[in-house]
Design a binder for this molecule. Structure first.
Ligand SMILES: Nc1ncnc2c1ncn2[C@@H]1O[C@H](COP(=O)(O)OP(=O)(O)OP(=O)(O)O)[C@@H](O)[C@H]1O
Ligand SMILES: [Mg+2]
Length: 1108
């Protein structure tokens, strides 16, 4: 059974304002608020839908909802935009009436969202199939593309439509979509070059920069950073809840679905990039000889990149920014542009480029979505035009937008009244007129051909002589002075002379939606929409297919000296066409209301909504609707709904529905003046009557519900019982079957088991018998074999015994013969054989010894102590001698390898051992260190070249030593050079010679017994070198230095051998003083370093840490 619900069921507040009782502005608002608070955003005024913007997503647009509203009557369900869409679609399909859906409301009220909901609903309920789905998809996907290029964030709406859109969706006779046509109205192009504070440029710019791949951006010569572009406002570049990058992908995808080719998409993106680049071109003044300033492009990089993108010759565009050519009849005059004019030209070009691109996009989308057949079709138009706008600063754009809204309001007034009136006439019911505010007077103020504001603006723009915004305002002041909806300070009307809210450069219009103050600045320019011909010609010359198409007037072959049509004129004409178009269609209204100014959910600002309710004329709308009859309904659904209130109509009425309703109303004693019977509908004058009917129905429904429940419960129990009974039989049958099956399976398996046991037992018994038989046969064979074996062995033994006996006889015979011969020859053998055997044996042993020695010789290393063991005691002397000889021989071989230098080194090492071994603790460390001598590589290092040349002898040792300061015991690094004749101390950094001492003057060296590197060079008393005293030095290579010094002394014939004192306390002569240098051992601290300190005048203490 189909469950029928109604708009009157579960109603929150009143679903249809016509039923509001009592009707006042407050109750109207109260009802809206109550519904809004319960997330009921749609409310009807008759067939008009009021839509409150919820500013949050509600779960009321699901596919289930679409199904719920599909093919249902308008008042059958609670108010919803789907009900309106369904109604419009069905009357288009079934009654062949073209429809239009007019969505109005101020900016941010939800018009665009509503239009999309209507389109998606229609797409969901209309026919299906591959082709149809493609058309639907293309129609729906045109939205994201147009929104990207035509919508922007404003202070009122994050996705505000900055153009008007009217879309005709075309259907065939079955109601399947065939295609569509989009018309666009006046894009707000001034936004391209400048945006008010808190607003953004069109979405596409941000989407491109955020969403395009690095590669695409490189191709478009763009940078991801918004701040690089003058045309992009930065204070609100990122909008919360808007994902530009994701939207870019959506737009690209949508363009593909709509049918844009890859190269077309690329061209579009190039144009967008070019607009951004254009904004970065800046100008500077350049003085000319005649004293005027001429503009020049400041930094040509952006210009160059833009020209490369669009295939324009840079010089042509650059010239167009500096000169302007004016053609008049046969003459051509070229004037220079100053910087301000160049900026004006640049912005005009950017605006034109973008707005023409936008129009091209619309045309291109239309090409894709246009119906493929010429067959007659039905049309549903959806109008989503910019909402009424009142800003702080209103300009030409707002004037145009508000004019359009004025016209829509007018069409609303006209068509609502006409529709209402027509219905009464159609149904044969009397109609009385209702007063309402008709805004035709305002429309006339704006569009009147003689003295309308737009006409005057055009007149002013075309007038020769100086034309400014002020002259235009003057004109308005004179011509519109008496108009009751026009206000201006300079008006003759003294009323406004002292009105300070009305500045001198403004005029104010009392629109149907409120007063709006317009600033005249820019009106003339924007209306003229002038683009210098040089620029359009430069664009036409571009080597870029799309640009060429956008600037056809730049074609020099088609020079048109007529002025182009003004923006106002074009808009007025297109609005006129739109209005004519709308009037031929059946209108459906969606009146959008904005609940608050904060874009926030759940906030209902009373004053704001009240204002909208007022200017939208909603109260009048209700009144008009109620002046006639508050409620109407076709007879069939009415009878269906209330038939339970009368015994004669319940449960079925056999006759015509109208008679049934009449019987019903008479039975309920409804006064006759309360109701009228039309041709197809019943009209109820007062909402109270309807509520009375509803109340009665509710009571009756409760009784009916009890009855239905009673019957249902009885039916349910009976059915349940029967079902249980039937089920029990089935279950029992199944169970018995199951039990028998189980029993059968058991018996079967037991039988199989018994069978198998019996068979096994029989088989085993047979096997046993067979085995016994076989074993008996084998035993016989074995016994025979054993018997034969025994016989064979006995025979063999006898034969062996026989052979052995024979052999014994032969052996005994041979022994006996031998004994006989030996006895005979014994005396000859004893005389010679002994010595020969002895010599032979010794010879063999020695031979074996030498061969053994040869194979086990030790290595050639002189320090190898191995030697083979002696094999026989009598070879002891030889063995030792041979070992010595071998050792001497390998030592000689070893020495033969030595070069002279190596020999010298070893001699030095030997000498060092003689001097220091077991005397100085530092010595063992030096054994493994080679004596390198020249540590500084003095001859190779260019730094020491000077020093090298200062000593004429060969340098035996060069190293850095520390010269110990006599005063404080601190060391200063010095280069120490030793030659055969002297030693030199030089500065480490500069290489400057500090002291050069002949070696004969050095008498002795003193060092400690410990691990330190300190040594004192004592000089011959009275020698020239000894003036400053002895040297106390320290070096890492102490052992080497002293050994070398010692060797030189030993080899020189002219002097004594150098004395080396090794003691922990020695005296050093410093100038006149003798200082004792004392070495003490200290526990290791401060990083194991040796420290030298002057203790007093006579003592220098060196503490050497004990090695761990
Ligand atoms: N039915 C809805 N459900 C959820 N959110 C909505 C609904 N209608 C509108 N909105 C929200 O309000 C915002 C503004 O709506 P919309 O863009 O449709 O306003 P508009 O009337 O077209 O304004 P304009 O005249 O500036 O174009 C939307 O971006 C959306 O966030
Ligand atoms: Mg919009």
């Amino acid at each position: 059974m189909e469950v029928k619900t109604s708009l009157l069921d579960n109603m929150i507040g009143v679903g249809d304002m016509v039923l509001l009782e009592p009707l006042s502005e407050d109750s109207f608002l109260g009802n809206l608020k109550k519904r809004f608070d319960h997330s009921e955003i749609y409310t009807y005024i008759g067939s008009v839908v009021i839509s409150m913007n919820p500013y949050r997503s509600l779960p009321i647009y699901t596919p289930e909802k679409v199904e719920e509203y599909r093919n249902r009557n308008f008042y059958e369900l609670s108010p919803h935009i789907y009900a309106l869409a369904d109604e419009a679609y069905r009357s288009l399909r079934d009654q062949d009436k073209d429809q239009c859906i007019l969505i109005t409301g101020e900016s941010g009220a939800g018009k665009t969202e509503a239009s999309k909901l209507v389109m998606s609903y229609v797409a969901a309920v209309c026919g299906k199939g591959h082709e149809v789905n493609k058309v639907k998809e293309q129609l729906l996907q045109s939205n994201p593309v147009l929104e990207a290029f035509g919508n922007a964030k404003t202070v009122r709406n994050d996705n505000s439509s900055r153009f008007g859109k009217y879309m005709d969706i075309e259907f065939d006779f079955k109601g399947d979509p065939l295609g569509g046509v989009i018309s666009n109205y006046l894009l707000e192009k001034s936004r391209v070059v400048k945006q008010p504070r808190g607003e953004r440029n069109f979405h596409v710019f941000y989407q491109l920069l955020s969403g395009a791949s690095d590669d695409t951006l490189r191709k478009l010569k763009l940078d991801r950073d918004f701040s690089k572009y003058n045309y992009l406002s930065l204070d609100s570049a990122a909008v919360s809840g808007l994902d530009d990058a994701a939207n870019f992908r959506t737009v690209r995808n949508a363009m593909q679905i709509v049918g844009f080719m890859e190269d077309e998409v690329q061209s579009v993106l190039e144009l967008v990039a070019a607009v951004l680049k254009l904004g970065n071109i800046e100008f500077k003044p350049e003085s000319r000889c005649n004293g005027t300033d001429e503009s020049r492009v400041k930094d040509k990089n952006d210009l160059k990149e833009m020209c490369e993108l669009l295939g324009i010759e840079q010089s042509v565009l650059e010239r167009a920014f500096s000169y302007r050519t004016v053609e008049a009849k046969m003459e051509k005059v070229s004037t220079t542009l100053n910087v301000a004019q160049a900026y004006y030209a640049r912005d005009a070009l950017a605006k034109n480029l973008y707005s023409r691109l936008f129009s091209w996009l619309v045309t291109r989308i239309n090409e894709s979505i246009q119906a493929q057949t010429k067959a007659r079709h039905k049309v549903m138009g959806v109008l989503d035009i910019y909402g009424f706008e009142i800003f702080e600063d209103n300009s030409f754009e707002q004037f145009i937008i508000n004019y359009c809204n004025e016209k829509l309001q007018q069409i609303f007034i006209e068509l609502t009244l006409r529709e209402e009136q027509e219905e009464y006439v159609r149904e044969g019911i009397e109609w009385t007129n209702i007063e309402y505010f008709n805004n035709a007077i305002i429309c006339d103020l704006i569009e009147n051909n003689q003295n309308g504001i737009l006409a005057m603006l055009d007149e002013e723009c075309l007038r020769p002589g100086t034309v400014t915004d002020e002259t235009f305002l003057d004109k308005l002041n004179t011509i519109c002075a008496d108009h009751q909806h026009f206000e201006s300070r300079l008006n003759k009307n003294s009323k406004f002379l002292n009105d300070h809210s009305l500045p001198h450069n403004c005029f104010r219009i009392q629109h149907y939606a409120g007063k709006v103050l317009y600033r005249v600045e820019g009106f003339v320019d924007k209306n003229n929409d002038l683009l210098y011909r040089d620029l359009s010609q430069a664009m036409y010359k571009a080597n870029h297919s799309l640009i060429k198409q956008l600037f056809p007037e730049g074609n020099p072959a088609k020079v048109n000296l007529k002025r182009p049509l003004t923006a106002g004129f074009q808009f007025r004409a297109s609005v006129g066409t739109l209005m004519r178009n709308l009037q031929t269609k059946n209108p459906n209204y969606i009146r959008c209301i904005k609940p608050n100014d904060k874009k926030a959910s759940h906030i209902f600002t009373d004053s704001l909504v009240r204002h909208q309710v007022r200017y939208l004329g909603l109260m009048e709308n209700v009144r008009v609707r109620r002046a006639g009859y508050a409620f109407r309904q076709p007879y069939e659904p009415c009878l269906e709904r209330y038939k339970m209130l009368c015994k004669r109509t319940w449960p079925h009425w056999k006759g015509p529905a109208r008679e049934g309703v009449e019987v019903l109303m008479a039975d309920l004693q409804i006064p006759t003046e309360e109701i009228s019977y039309g041709r197809s509908k019943i009209f109820i004058r007062n909402p109270r009557t309807l509520f009375f009917l509803e109340e009665k129905r509710k009571q009756c429904l409760q009784d009916l519900a009890t009855l239905i429940q009673k019957i249902y419960r009885g039916w349910k129990c009976r059915t349940h019982f029967l079902l249980m009974k039937k089920s029990q039989i089935v279950v029992a049958a199944w169970y018995r079957r199951y039990a028998q099956q189980k029993k059968y399976r058991n018996i079967k398996s037991a039988t199989t088991m018994v069978q198998s046991y019996t068979r096994g037992w029989q088989a085993r018994k047979l096997l046993r018998e067979l085995k016994h038989q076989k074993r008996c046969e084998e035993a016989v064979t074995t016994i025979a074999a054993f018997w034969h074996g025994t016989q064979a062995r006995l025979e063999l033994r006898r034969l062996k015994q026989e052979v052995r006996n024979k052999h014994a006889v032969t052996v005994i015979w041979a022994y006996w013969q031998g004994t006989k011969v030996r006895r005979e020859y014994r005396k000859f053998f004893r005389a010679n054989a002994g010595k020969k055997i002895y010599d032979f044996t010794i010879q063999r042993i020695i031979q074996k010894y030498f061969l053994g020695l040869k194979s086990s010789m030790p290595s050639m290393s002189p320090i190898d102590r191995k030697w083979p063991a002696r094999p026989y005691g009598f070879l002891d002397g030889v063995h030792t001698e041979l070992r010595k000889i071998f050792h001497h021989w390998r030592c000689k071989k070893y020495r033969d390898q030595f070069t002279e230098e190596k020999k010298a080194v070893y001699e030095e090492k030997l000498e060092a051992s003689e001097i220091f071994k077991d005397k100085k603790a530092l010595y063992p460390n030096s054994v493994s260190q080679p004596f390198k001598g020249d540590y500084l590589e003095i001859s190779k290092n260019p730094k020491y070249q000077k020093l090298n040349s200062a000593v004429d002898e060969k340098v035996l040792l060069a190293d850095v030593v520390n010269k110990i300061n006599r005063a404080n015991g601190k060391g200063t690094p010095r280069i120490f050079l030793l030659t055969k004749k002297n030693f030199v101390l030089a500065d480490q950094k500069t290489g400057q010679v500090k002291a050069s001492i002949p070696l004969p003057d050095v008498t002795s060296v003193s060092v400690s017994t410990q691990k330190d590197g300190f040594f004192a060079l004592k000089l011959k008393e009275g020698s020239a070198s000894a003036v400053k005293g002895d040297f106390l030095l320290s070096s890492e290579h102490l052992i080497e230095i002293i050994t070398k010094l010692h060797r030189i002394g030993a080899t020189a014939a002219d002097r004594e051998k150098l004395k080396v004192d090794i003691s922990d306390e020695f005296l050093v002569q410093f100038k006149q003083d003798k200082v004792c240098v004392k070495f003490i051992q200290s526990s290791p601290k401060n990083g194991n370093s040796i420290s030298c300190k002057r203790k007093n005048n006579r003592l220098l203490e060196v503490s050497v840490p004990t090695s761990p």
